[in-house]
Design a protein around this ligand. Structure first.
Ligand code: AMP
Length: 579
C-alpha cells in the first residue's frame, strides 16, 4: 500500500472497498495466501496450490497461543519466513492486560503503511465532521511510558504498536507537526516528565488547539488528574520562561527550550484564573477555547470513564475514532460525533481477512462466517488472518453487528471474551459489571463523588464466596481521599447487586453468593496496579485496567491499599427487571 496517500484519497479508497467489501476481502485473502503458502506454518495444512476454499477447510481456527511458538522461534533467531513472507522489523508487544500475558506479534514496514492508511482515514473522517480540524493542532497526550526497548536474541526490538508508529518515517514526515507534543516528550522514558512537558506544550499552544485527547479514556482521566496536581508549577514555568529543574530528560529539555521562550506572565495569569476555579467542570473548553472535540476511545471497558470525561469536557463531543489492536487495524468510526454508547466501527476491508465466530449465551458455534455474511443484531468473536503471521487467530473481542456502511458491516464493541466474575452459576461479564458500577456511580454523584477506577475479584476464602469490587474514589475539586459515609457505599453495593443479572440475584437470594463487598482503596492505587502490569511486560501506552483480577500479586497490591470495606445490606430483587 502506498503510504503517500492524502486524507481525501484514503476516504475514496475506503468508499470503494466498503462498496466492494466481498471482493476486497477475497483479494486480501488471496494475497495473504499467495505470499505465505510456503511458510512452515501454512504448508503443514496447505499445498503449494491451495486456494481460499482449502484455506477455510484446512487451516484451523486457533488462539494466539497456538501461533506463539513460531513467533518465539523468530525471536530466538530462526528465519521469519517460517511464519510470514513480509520482512520483520520488530515485534509488537500488546497491552496484555485484558488477555493476561502480553502477546508478541511480528511487525513489518508494510504493516506500518497499513497503519498509516488507517491514520489518514481517521483524519479524513474527522475532517468531514469537524470544521477547522485540519487547520488546528492536537493536544494529544501520548503517554508512551516508553520502557527501555528490549531486543530479542535475534535482535528485533519489542515495542508497543504506538511506539513503532511514533518512530516511523511516516509519523515524522506527515503527523508529528499536527501535535502540540514534540516527539522527544512523547518518547521520554519517565512518564511524569513526559506528561508534565506535554501539558506544558499544550498550554503554551492553547489558542491553536482543536482537539484534546489520548488513546484511551483511562489515560486521559489520569492525565487530567495529573494536571490538577501540577498546573500551578506549569503556570510558574510559563510565567518565568524557565523549565522546572526536575525535568532532567535531555530530549524534553531541548524540546522545551525552543518552545518555552520568553517569560509570559499574561498567559500564566489567564491559565491560573481558569484553573483556580472551584470546580473543574468544563475545564477543557476553558483552557483550550478552540477545542472542537475530545479524542479518546471510550467504548467497551472504557465506557466507565465517560461520566468523568463529560464532567471535564462539558458539551464537547467525546470521539472514539477507531477499533484497533496490536494484531491489526480493524474498524473506524465514521460517525465520530455519535454518543459513546451508540458508537459502531465499520470494518476496513483491506486491513486483514476477517471472519466471525457466532457467540451464543453459553456455547459457541463452530461455523465461521465472512465479514459480509454476519447477521445484524448477532454477537461474534472476531477472527483475523493478517499479513503479519496470524492465520485464523481469535481476537478474544466480542462484537455486535449493528448496521452497514455501503456493503460493509459495522460493529459495536461489547466486551472481552472470558473476562468474568463467577461464584455460583452466574457469569458476570466485564460489560455487565461496568453497567452496574455505572449505576452506582450515578448515585454517588449527588455527593460530589466519582469512581475514578475500579476492578473486581471473587473472594472464596469463605464459602459461599462473594464479589469484591476495588474502588478508587475522588471528590470533585479535591485530590484528597474523601470522607465516606458507610451508608452511602453500602447503598452502592446494593445498587451494583440490583443491576447484575437475574442469575446473580437468584443465587444471592438462595445464599449461593454472599453480599457484595466494595473495598475503597487509597488514591493512586490504580497507578500502582498499572505499574505492576507494566513490570510484567504490558505496554502501558495501550494499558486498560483489567476488570476481573485473578493474579495473586495484583490482588496483594490492591488489598494492601484498602482504606474501607463495605458490604451490601439488602438482598437484591430476584424477579426479572426487564425482558
Ligand atoms: P492492544 O493490542 O494492546 O492494543 O489491545 C487491543 C485491544 O484493545 C482490542 O483487542 C480490544 O479489546 C481493545 N480495544 C481496542 N480498540 C477498542 C475500542 N475502540 N473499543 C473498545 N475496546 C477496544
Amino acid at each position: 500500500m502506498d503510504p503517500s496517500f492524502s486524507t481525501e484519497s484514503a476516504w475514496k479508497i475506503f468508499e470503494e472497498q466498503t462498496i466492494n467489501a466481498y471482493q476486497t476481502q477475497q483479494q486480501v485473502l488471496e494475497e495473504i495466501l499467495s505470499q505465505n503458502l510456503h511458510t512452515e506454518y501454512l504448508s503443514q495444512f496447505l499445498g503449494r496450490n491451495s486456494d481460499r476454499e482449502d484455506f477455510k477447510a484446512k487451516v484451523p481456527v486457533v488462539e494466539y497461543e497456538y501461533i506463539k511458538p513460531y513467533i518465539l522461534r523468530i525471536a530466538n533467531g530462526e528465519p521469519s519466513d517460517i511464519l510470514l513472507a513480509e520482512t520483520v522489523t520488530a515485534l509488537t508487544r500488546s497491552s496484555g492486560t485484558s488477555a493476561g500475558q502480553p502477546k508478541m506479534i511480528p511487525l513489518t514496514d508494510r504493516e506500518l503503511d497499513r497503519r498509516a492508511f488507517g491514520g489518514c482515514l481517521r483524519s479524513s473522517v474527522v475532517n468531514r465532521f469537524v470544521d477547522g480540524f485540519e487547520r488546528g493542532e492536537r493536544m494529544h497526550l501520548h503517554l508512551q511510558f516508553n520502557r527501555p526497548e528490549i531486543k530479542t536474541p535475534s535482535g528485533f526490538p519489542t515495542r508497543s504498536i504506538l511506539t513503532s508508529i511514533f518512530l516511523s518515517k511516516y509519523f515524522e514526515q506527515h503527523e508529528s507537526s499536527l501535535y502540540t507534543s514534540p516527539i522527544a516528550t512523547i518518547l521520554c522514558l519517565d512518564s511524569k516528565q513526559s506528561m508534565y512537558c506535554q501539558w506544558l506544550c499544550g498550554l503554551l499552544y492553547r489558542n491553536q488547539v482543536v482537539s484534546v485527547g489520548s488513546i484511551f479514556g483511562s489515560i486521559l482521566v489520569r492525565g487530567i488528574k495529573f494536571l490538577e496536581d501540577y498546573w500551578k508549577e506549569i503556570c510558574s514555568n510559563i510565567r518565568t520562561g524557565q523549565l522546572s529543574d526536575w525535568i532532567s530528560d535531555t530530549g524534553c529539555r531541548n524540546a522545551l527550550s525552543t518552545i518555552l521562550g520568553k517569560p509570559n506572565p499574561e498567559l500564566a495569569d489567564s491559565i491560573e484564573d481558569i484553573c483556580n476555579a472551584k470546580s473543574w467542570e468544563g475545564i477543557i473548553k476553558k483552557l483550550w477555547p478552540g477545542t472542537k472535540y475530545m479524542d479518546a476511545t471510550v467504548t467497551g471497558s472504557m465506557l466507565q470513564y465517560v461520566p468523568m470525561l463529560e464532567f471535564y469536557c462539558g458539551d464537547l463531543p467525546l470521539v472514539s475514532k477507531c477499533y484497533s489492536s496490536s494484531e491489526c487495524e480493524l474498524g473506524i468510526n465514521i460517525k465520530p460525533l455519535s454518543k459513546p454508547c451508540d458508537t459502531s466501527y465499520t470494518f476496513i476491508p483491506n486491513m486483514a481477512y476477517f471472519e466471525f465466530l457466532p457467540i451464543h449465551e453459553d456455547s459457541e458455534e463452530s461455523e465461521l462466517v465472512d465479514l459480509v455474511n454476519v447477521k445484524l443484531g448477532r454477537c461474534y468473536e472476531a477472527v483475523v488472518t493478517t499479513f503479519t503471521g496470524l492465520y485464523r487467530c481469535k481476537m478474544g473481542d466480542i462484537l455486535k453487528a449493528t448496521d452497514y456502511h455501503n456493503n460493509t458491516p459495522q460493529f459495536q464493541f461489547v466486551r472481552r471474551k472470558g473476562v468474568f466474575l463467577s461464584v455460583d452459576m452466574e457469569k458476570t461479564t466485564e460489560d455487565e459489571l461496568g453497567e452496574a458500577v455505572k449505576q452506582a456511580n450515578l448515585f454517588i454523584r449527588q455527593f460530589g463523588l466519582h469512581v475514578t477506577d475500579y476492578t473486581g475479584a471473587v473472594d472464596i476464602c469463605s464459602i459461599p464466596g462473594h464479589y469484591v469490587l476495588f474502588w478508587e474514589l475522588k471528590m470533585e475539586g479535591s485530590s484528597d481521599l474523601p470522607e465516606l459515609s458507610p451508608g452511602t457505599i453500602e447503598q452502592c453495593c446494593y445498587i451494583v447487586e440490583e443491576s447484575l443479572s437475574l442469575v446473580y440475584r437468584v443465587s444471592r437470594k438462595g445464599n449461593g453468593i454472599e453480599p457484595l463487598e466494595i473495598r475503597v482503596v487509597k488514591n493512586g492505587t490504580f497507578d500502582e496496579l498499572m505499574d505492576f502490569f507494566v513490570s510484567k511486560g504490558s505496554s502501558v501506552s495501550q494499558y486498560k485496567t483489567p476488570r476481573c483480577i485473578r493474579i495473586e500479586e495484583a490482588l496483594k497490591i490492591l488489598n494492601s491499599r484498602v482504606v474501607g470495606r463495605y458490604f451490601s445490606q439488602q438482598i437484591p430483587a430476584s424477579t426479572p427487571l426487564k425482558w
